[in-house]
Write a protein that binds this ligand. Sequence first.
Ligand code: CA
Length: 247
Amino acid sequence: MPIQAAGLTDIGRQRTSNQDAFLVDSGHQLYIVSDGMGGQQAGEVASRAVVSVLPQMLDSLLVRLSDSPRRVIELTLRETIAQFSQRLRQEAAAQPGMKGMGATLAMIWLRQDLAHLAHMGDSRIYRLRHDRLSQLTEDHSVVALLIKHGDIRPEDAANHPARGQLSRFIGSDGEVFPDLQSVQLHPGERLLLCSDGLWGMLPDAEIARLLLQHPEPQDACQALIQAANQAGGKDNITVLVINFEPK
Ligand code: CA
């Protein structure tokens, strides 16, 4: 089935560097958004590694996996991403100034009409189906855990002191694994990968409205970034839109 995809990143209005990165690899049908953290340089190094080193590690695997059962694919992706995370952590520990280096991962590998999702941190993956937007990933953040356990209300999240703290990410201590899921896609559906610079600035209803207003991925990316900047642009903003069998 034909795929149309585009990604775009923007520094926002308040930051002095862009620590986000993305990958649109139409050949492998691999799509990634990553948001780096750590000191200025460390964050950039981490997110760039997610969109360059991880795809290299996956390169030969994806070819080999293309006919494998879903469970084998999920397990292999999970293991490879965990290995990559450990590698990044070791590299950070070995280099001065790189301590605390880490990054989020929102990744989709499309295989025919199946989307394999891998995710760590608070970058998100959404699906637009029948004009309704739903968040497919669960944030790995402290506030998300507090909301889940009923300790705080969702409306308190934006101003909570732990806001922005991640419970799981690429490069975090110990053996950490991403969440994996596989989603069946239907013609006309669209996927959105984004960093928190988008969803932190715009409510989901506004994101959905803009996607519907802009059927072309490139246009949608531009409109979403513009709207996030108009809402304050407090953080770097990265968006990636995939149209599955565009009309
Ligand atoms: Ca961010």
